[in-house]
Design a binder for this molecule. Sequence first.
Ligand SMILES: Cc1ncc(COP(=O)(O)O)c(C=O)c1O
Length: 426
Amino acid sequence: MSQVESHLIQIEGEAKSNIVRNRLGKLVSKGHKTYTPTQLVVDRAEGIWLWNLEGQKLMDFASGVLVANLGHQHAYFEERFAFYAKGLPRNAYNVLTAVEVEAASRLIDSFALPKMEQILWAACGSAGIIKAMWAAQRYHPDRHLILATRYGFHGKKGLAGDVTGDKSQNPNVRWIDFPMVKDVRDKPNQTLKVKVLEQLNRLREEYPNQISMLVTEPYLGAKGSYHPPDWYLRTINDWCNDHQVIFILDEVQSCHGRTGEMYATTKYGLDPDLVVCGKGIGNGEPIVAVVGRADLLSTFDYGEASDTFSGTPRGCAATLATLDTFETFPILDNCCQAGQVIEKGLCQLTDEFSFATRVRGEGLVWGLELESDSIANQLVLACYQQGLHLIGPLAGNVLRISPPLIISPTEAEAGIGRMRRALQQI
Ligand SMILES: Cc1ncc(COP(=O)(O)O)c(C=O)c1O
């Protein structure tokens, strides 16, 4: 038998959790987890709280990875989910269910936009992006070029990976700039608008009638939480409309309330041809939806965009339960209020600690930039000791703050207090 070394972390005083860390390290590929210096072993989760095997209670500042927008075990969500899921088959690969029709209809209606006409399900965010890109390629078979915004993240697989980052193996991908405003307190630079339009027009002149689509996201999450000035998305959306370039907006992360409104699409007054919703759509049930123009999504024949786990009955039930919960509780208002507390608190932390340098974000998706990768990793561990769970740093030195949207402003303030105490230990 080959020797497989345990790759996971051990934390002093956590005998039970260390056993799980060790066993998982041997039994599950390292590639399955994204690095986080705490490797928290969760025993139980409720609302915004997580308990480890030692019984320590931690505030969840991650929501999985911006997935559990309604928190864990939300009573109303769970009740609605059970209601919609009752008696359904486990899979509906080649059968139809009413719950799928209802989920598609409610999701389309939730945008209240004329281009939102049809749904294509997927089982993960990158697959949703790939399916949206396939639709654009089919619609424009004579246009081979794909535009993407530099440093975006759309997934690791196939075409989604091709439009991630700033280099592509795909010879048909061209990049345009995404304005990277360094701090929420900085004034956006208006000259960038001219530069972005120049880039787009230059590409169009160089490749007349060859650009099929433009893929972007409302903010650069994985690159370190860069949120563009208000004009940016509308400007590129208009350019796409003017030149029949399919505008694909990746709302895999921002959908279902993260930015303080249900969708960044409506927050920024956009009319994309295709929107991809992921993470928060089912509050943790794996379901993804490409939503958009019927003439694009109907380019597929039977089976051409299907797969085993796309649009499962339980995924559709969770989609409906999520929408019910947003309609019943003032979650978006709460997100905005708690978001303001987080913004103010993080800005104060940058005033108090010289190695906490910048703050970027909106709604309840924030990034705190630290002076170095090492400090960022130390801070994740120090926060853990203070009872605050964070995911590993983004882009090396940016801490992601993304609690469930149900966190109260008072709890958000308490979370910032835990971060302050952790910063004092660095
Ligand atoms: C904006 C964005 N797009 C696409 C993806 C890929 O989603 P998945 O990991 O479900 O394939 C992610 C995942 O983090 C994301 O944040």
